[in-house]
Design a protein around this ligand. Sequence first.
Ligand code: NAP
Length: 308
Amino acid sequence: MENVIILGTGCAGFTAAIYAARANLSPLILEGRQPGGQLTTTSEVENFPGFPDGIDGFTLMEHLRKQAVKFGARIENAFVDKVNLKESQKILFSGEKSFLAKSIIIATGAGPRLLGIPGEREMYGGKGVTTCATCDGAFYRNQDVVVIGGGDSACEEALFLTRFCSKVTLLHRRNELRASKIMAERTLAHEKIFPVWDSTVEKVLADDDGRACAVEVRNLKNLEVTQVPCKGVFIAIGHIPNTQPFDGILSLDENGYLLPEKGSMVRTSIPGVFVAGDCADHIYRQAITAAGMGCQAAIEAERWLAEL
Ligand code: NAP
């Protein structure tokens, strides 16, 4: 039986692995469908402490992987689709295969919800379509961008983008924002943010270099289709946490995020089961906060194993 199995190879998973490996727990990391996690889709990470000149997401994840392996972590490719979690033992199933552990750290991350429209996938990550203003906003200095969505995330993204961009068009499918009152008021009062109501984006249009240059927008009231020129398309229509195997076994909130026990950021209701990163955090969703949770989860796992 393994001491600790870590699910996920994003910032949370690899940081947990570095700490667990340095505690001589010889952790096994199960790499899911997106090795390296969401950061591997980001071109440049400028806000991870310790890299004053920035680092591209893929390289950062390669560094974390190397560091985890150097201290004795083992990596196996397996997508966990079913679990049986008891205090005495945790069984993880990946198709026909199963893994047995005394403790587990769930760091399965979350994926941005996308629209599923033409142009979106083709230009995603480096060609003008993105889901992270904090990561990519600075690349659109003095340019016009659009933000799609009407929740707190969309407002937060739009407000953040006003620091760099000349104009932020906020495209929302209804005529009022879903965001909290204070966020909505702040957003609508901003001189650089221009809301477009009752409108859905149907297509992202590319220039000759294959980069986004406009979105095609349909007004749902009069069905008119117009083009909104923009260099950046920020999609902020929510995230989907990768927590399906734990539904009905661990506490999830109404959006599917894992809920830690009261008084802890990483402990769950099942002793020896810990959570870290975006699968349990819908608020901060940053590489550094995920890494911090991974560290906490590994320390908690180490203490729990020591008490066994
Ligand atoms: P959200 O509240 O679920 O809002 C998603 C927005 O995207 C909604 O306005 C929704 O429109 C729109 N949308 C969803 N699917 C769409 C589609 N297919 N096409 C067009 N529009 C679509 O998600 P979120 O903004 O990411 O927030 C998630 C949670 O995190 C919320 O509880 C939020 O309060 C919290 N959060 C808090 C903060 C903060 O407090 N600072 C910041 C970010 C997030 P409709 O309104 O028409 O449904």
